[in-house]
Design a binder for this molecule. Structure first.
Ligand SMILES: Cc1ncc(COP(=O)(O)O)c(C=O)c1O
Length: 369
């Protein structure tokens, strides 16, 4: 049963919480002392004019790390994706193929419609959000006789957030790339958490990025920067991306202050992601002991833990509320309780979160009599 209880929007909810342990997302991290120092000392220009030296350094470094010709620094992952999609999109009435739970086709679906007139043809992947090359090939076939050449782009996501922070295998992406190539279609990779994927798979990010025409990644998630994402691709497309960034209202002037933290995130962030992954696994195991049947800890591949509280008779929103009462922040995503580990979460915090789940279980048993 899907919990349809209306949720209060985040900006009005119980809200001014001081979470003891904030596992709502890896976006909630606070900048490190080194980041704050770099931000205070950052050399800046005006990003509208394209002359902020710290932004340029971050863009050059991002392009190098991703193995692309150029990169563009933008305020959010959503803007990065919206620019990435729009770069390949030929106009309203055309479609983008994506997995049904992909961020671009769920959380951002209205942004795509509002900003660019993009609609999606979605493919239902497996439990881990994997869509096969055969499924993608089938999605490219016309539905109607006149429905030819209406697909402009294939969008993929790695790690796949709504499917559990799962890693897309390089082989799967290569196979999709082959299908795309045969159809003459580009690929955009939502790599918001591409470094989590690389750490989990034990390979370099370029294994995936080389199979995509454009890609984006966020420095503001697991890497720990306060703000910012980068769109990467061929220089010619990134020139147009710069125009789109201004069009979408994203030319953020003295952005070097943020880029300074982004540079540290990009260099240092990936080195410690394995710790987040280990903590997510420990959290999943701990919850599994409290609520067997609510979680498959072997499905935890990176820094996300999804708990199916419905499976143990508890509405997910109720679980989120009860966790909140104990100072533990979690969110409701795809009908499950989601918790995400990050740089500000320690081993002790994980044990606190597990203890909160234990308390929820105790209260629930008590209430059930
Ligand atoms: C996979 C994925 N892509 C894109 C985004 C958008 O990033 P932002 O919140 O910075 O707009 C998110 C946000 O969580 C995400 O999880």
């Amino acid at each position: 049963m899907v919990d349809r209880t209306p949720r209060p929007p985040p900006y009005t909810c119980s809200i001014v919480h001081a979470y003891r342990v904030d596992l709502r997302s890896d976006t909630v991290t606070k900048p490190s002392a080194a980041m704050r120092k770099a931000m205070a000392e950052a050399e800046v220009g005006d990003d509208w004019f394209g002359d902020d030296p710290t932004v340029s350094r971050l863009q050059d470094r991002a392009a190098e790390v991703m193995g692309k010709e150029a990169a563009l620094y933008v305020p959010t992952g959503t803007m990065a994706n919206q620019i990435g999609l729009r770069l390949h999109f030929r106009g309203p009435g055309h479609l983008v193929v994506a997995e049904s739970r992909a961020h671009v086709a769920t959380t951002e679906v209205m942004s795509s419609a509002a900003l660019s007139g993009i609609a999606f043809r979605t493919v239902v992947g497996d439990a881990r959000g994997r869509m096969s090359a055969e499924q993608v090939a089938a999605a490219l076939l016309p539905d109607e006789p006149y429905d030819v050449e209406v697909i402009d782009l294939i969008a993929v996501e790695n790690t796949h957030g709504h499917a559990g922070g799962t890693v897309m295998s390089v082989e799967d992406l290569r196979a999709i790339r082959k299908v795309a190539g045969e159809a003459g279609l580009p690929i955009h990779l939502d790599g918001a958490r591409i470094f989590n994927a690389a750490v989990a798979a034990g390979c370099d990010v370029t294994e995936w990025t080389r199979e995509a025409d454009t890609m984006m990644f966020c420095v503001s998630k697991g890497l720990g920067a306060p703000i910012g994402s980068l769109v990467c691709g061929p220089a010619e497309l990134i020139r147009e991306a710069r125009r789109l960034k201004i069009l979408f209202g994203g030319a953020w002037r003295q952005a070097g202050i943020m880029a300074a933290a982004g540079l540290i995130a990009l260099e240092e962030g990936p080195k410690r992601l394995h710790e987040d992954h280990a903590r997510a696994r420990r959290l999943a195991e701990g919850i599994g002991e409290v609520f067997p049947g609510a979680i498959d800890s072997s499905a935890v591949e990176t820094n996300m833990v999804y708990v199916d509280t419905e499976a143990v008779g508890m509405r997910p929103l109720e679980a989120v509320r009860r966790l909140e009462e104990q100072g533990v922040g979690a969110t409701l995503v795809s009908g499950k309780v989601r918790m995400v580990t990050h740089v500000d979460i320690s081993d002790e915090d994980i044990e606190t979160a597990i203890a909160a789940w234990r308390e929820i279980s105790r209260v629930a048993r008590e209430e059930a009599g």
